[in-house]
Design a protein around this ligand. Structure first.
Ligand SMILES: [Zn+2]
Length: 595
């Protein structure tokens, strides 16, 4: 799908800005066509694509046709490389959009034969809901497990009640998101239930001289570490370290006074790897854990608990972002001390969606400031928000599989996601009329009553029809049409009410719009170049509010047939876009998905 630039449905010649925008749009289509055919674009498919997606151009064909020819000529003088460069710079998302047609498959996992059973995991911290970025880890891990008849585990990593404090509501929210994505997990673990396991392993490392209790001030340790030198604690004999560890568990130390460190090479080229902290003390009274309260004050840090669990749970393949590469280096020391083999890893690149904040901290900031009332605010890219807007989990799935686990960074746009979603919903979404900011028009000289049947879906007659009845009184019919459409009608131009009849504007005066009946046939409308607009007979329809992606609300009237819609149905308001029905009490509340 290519971007629809917003040109009003007027039949005048293009002004300068519109000309520029149109040329840019054509250039994009031409370039993409050229890329598909070895660097040579042909005008014909460009016409169909442009007009198919932007029917308003049909009226400007005389202006547009020479534009297309000259741009095709211009693009064909460029080399394939130059063409690729332009597209990559200007429309990187289009390169992905264009490949949707081919159903992609994930590349095979490495070293599958080494393992009896493939085990993957998704391991969120339940301190927030999941967002589009998390979907990648989930779907790739799930799909790979299923691809090899393996297991997919869910592990809540909730060991930081101080800075990344888990919340009870998010354990269930995460489960709900996973279920919605269709990723049923074969086993569930919660790290805050496993503290004794981590303590046992910490003690083993201390007793074998591979870890120690460090009571240095942080700055003192860091200074030594930067210089590649050992801190005094590291040089204590093992027995003394065991004593310190017991004291740590017994509560002899306060928060910040002691940490357990795993020994690494002191001169490791990355200072962040050197003697990394494995367990620390959290003031349990001040920062109680939402699940287990103040029972424990020694808590594992990320690398320690994750590393231990991946081994104990038999995880064979870890699929995660490349920001975890250093963590692997850290954990590999521990694995060596225990004589374990590190799982296979796939580190994928960053995924950015232009215009969407995928950073948890930014979203939380907006929640705290009151900018967003709830985490399913339509402005957010949380799974809850996308679900509310009628983005299907299948669309997210196919987008993620398209991107795959490649290590390069990927930039996508909302349009990519919309294109995937449209492919899912367009074939079956029921069609209805929604008139935004409705205004009454009076059509005079209507010759008779009209009983109109419009298919619920143009490609599926079996889905039935919607019925409209227009009963003129003394030849006058009163119809609701959108204020926007009225404003677009100029002079005495002809207009067609979709599937009803054609009328001509007489006069617009103080908001009262006088029009006169013209003819019935669609052919007539075509001849006259009449724009097709949607409508609702006055007295018909149900008040409806559409919540837009920017959280603004569009008010209008939806046709009567919408009364039968159920919550969660995804439908199309013709000429407006796809929406998800949220609720229906006094008025219908819908959330806008995309055009
Ligand atoms: Zn120390």
């Amino acid at each position: 799908m290519l971007g629809n630039i917003k040109l009003k449905t007027k039949w005048h010649t293009l002004n300068q800005t519109e000309k520029k925008e149109t040329k840019e749009l054509i250039k994009k289509i031409v370039l993409l066509n050229a890329l598909k055919y070895d660097g040579r674009a042909t005008p014909k498919p460009i016409f169909s694509k442009l007009l198919g997606e932007n029917p308003q151009f049909r009226k400007q064909i005389n202006e547009i046709s020479p534009m297309i020819n000259s741009i095709v000529h211009e693009v064909n003088t460029l080399s394939l490389k130059e063409q690729q460069k332009i597209v990559a710079e200007k429309w990187p998302e289009a390169l992905v959009e264009e490949t949707i047609e081919e159903k992609k498959q994930l590349p095979p996992l490495l070293n599958v034969d080494k393992y009896k059973k493939i085990v993957t995991r998704f391991s969120p911290n339940p301190d927030f809901v999941l967002h589009l970025g998390s979907a990648r880890a989930i779907l790739l891990s799930y799909d790979y497990a299923k691809m090899y008849n393996g297991s997919f585990l869910l592990r809540f990593e909730d060991t930081d009640s101080k800075t990344k404090k888990p919340k009870m509501e998010f354990y269930d929210a995460v489960r709900e998101d996973l279920e919605w994505l269709g990723c049923k997990w074969d086993g569930e673990f919660i790290q805050s239930d496993r503290l004794e396991i981590y303590y046992d392993h910490a003690e083993k490392l201390i007793r074998t001289g591979n870890a120690y209790v460090c009571t240095c001030e942080r700055e003192v340790f860091q200074e030594k570490s930067r210089a590649g030198k050992s801190c005094p604690c590291r040089m204590l004999v093992t027995q003394d370290n065991v004593v310190l560890w017991k004291q740590m568990l017994d509560g002899k130390y306060c928060e910040g006074d002691a940490v357990v460190r795993v020994k690494t090479d002191l001169d490791h080229p990355n200072p962040a790897v050197r003697d990394w902290p494995a367990l620390r003390i959290i003031d349990a009274a001040k920062y109680p854990h939402p699940r287990i309260g103040s029972k424990y004050h020694v808590w594992p840090l990320y690398n320690f608990s994750t590393g231990i669990d991946d081994h104990l749970m038999g995880v064979t393949h870890i699929i995660r972002g490349k920001e975890h590469l250093t963590n692997q280096t850290r954990q590999e020391y521990m694995y060596r001390y225990f004589g374990w083999e590190y799982p296979e890893t796939i580190h994928y690149g960053r995924l950015k969606i232009t215009g969407a904040s995928l950073s948890k901290s930014e979203i939380v900031k907006g929640m705290n400031s009151g900018l967003y009332k709830h985490w399913d605010d339509p402005r957010l890219a949380t799974l809850a928000a996308l679900r509310k807007r009628g983005i299907t989990s299948e669309a997210i799935h196919s987008m993620i599989i398209d991107v795959g686990p490649k290590p390069q960074d990927v930039v996508l746009s909302w349009k990519n996601l919309y294109a995937h979603n449209r492919k899912q919903i367009d074939p079956t979404a029921k069609r209805y009329f929604f008139v935004k900011d409705p205004m009454k028009i009076v059509v005079e000289n209507v010759p008779h009553a009209f009983t109109i049947k419009i298919p619920i879906h143009p490609d599926h007659p079996e889905m039935g029809v919607r019925n409209f009845q227009v009963n003129p009184e003394m030849g006058k019919a009163i119809i609701l049409i959108s204020k926007e459409d009225i404003e677009g009608i100029t002079g005495k131009s002809a207009v067609r009410l979709m599937d009803l009849f054609n009328f001509r504007m007489k006069k617009k005066e103080n908001g009262a719009i006088q029009t006169t009946f013209l003819s019935e046939s669609y052919e007539d409308a075509k001849k006259l170049g009449a724009p097709l607009i949607h409508w609702i007979p006055v007295g018909n329809g149900v008040p409806c509010q559409v919540v837009m992606p920017d959280a603004s609300v569009v008010k209008g009237v939806a046709e009567d047939a919408c009364r039968a819609l159920k919550s969660n149905e995804i439908i199309q308001f013709q000429r407006v876009g796809f929406v998800r029905i949220d609720s229906f009490s006094e008025r219908l509340i819908a959330y806008f998905a995309h055009r």
